[in-house]
Design a protein around this ligand. Structure first.
Ligand SMILES: [Zn+2]
Length: 200
């Protein structure tokens, strides 16, 4: 216990972890994406995401069962797919997506609600995303690669689904430190396990 206050986390809602029932519930549609309470929610999520150092966050992860997500793709995580690439922090209200084809891709994911672990998860390579911006505009885009992966991970959170539920081979699950160590030593993973921030 300390009497010192850490200003960097002041007002920052804590990220709930696996086991909290809110992460297993279906979040409610937002009737008015431009409502002040939704703007406040997005502001709180932005602070929590920055504090945690992830690339995506869904409202249930700060204990709020509403259909709101944040995502971004840092330069280091973007793939060379023409529909991927770095993207700035984006907020979407009531997001949904549809796969554009049958192509699936395996990639490593972490989750701020399951700290310390990484797993290899199959996701649709290319999706069409729809949602509403916090300004009330329609957002529609084709996303691929990391962009598509992070959006699928965050929309799953709105439906009470965690990346572990999507894994098809639990051998490809482990603690980040051990995976990085093993990869550096023996390259047994074969694929980039993620050296930078990537949790959502
Ligand atoms: Zn997550």
């Amino acid at each position: 216990m300390s009497d010192q206050t850490d200003d960097s986390t002041a007002g920052c809602p804590p990220i709930v972890r696996m086991g909290d029932p809110v992460l297993r519930q279906v979040a409610a549609e937002v009737a008015d994406p431009t409502a002040p309470e939704i703007q406040d929610l997005i502001a709180e999520m932005t602070v929590s995401l920055a504090e945690a150092g992830g690339i995506g966050l869904a409202a249930p992860q700060i204990g709020i069962g509403r259909r709101v997500i944040l995502f971004k793709v840092p330069d280091a995580r973007a793939t060379d797919d023409p529909d991927d690439g770095p993207c700035p922090l984006t907020a979407l209200v009531n997001p949904s997506f549809a796969p554009l084809d049958d192509e699936m891709a395996l990639g490593w994911e972490g989750c701020l609600s399951i700290p310390g672990l990484r797993g290899e998860v199959p996701r649709h390579q290319r999706i069409k995303v729809r949602g509403t911006t916090p300004e009330g505009s329609v957002f529609e885009a084709v996303l691929a690669g990391t962009r598509a992966r992070v959006v699928q991970h965050e929309v799953d959170h709105l439906d009470g689904v965690l990346y572990l539920d999507r894994m098809t081979d639990l051998v490809r699950l482990g603690f980040t430190e051990e995976i990085m160590e093993a990869e550096a030593a023996r390259k047994w993973l074969g694929a980039d396990a993620g050296t930078g921030e990537q949790d959502g």
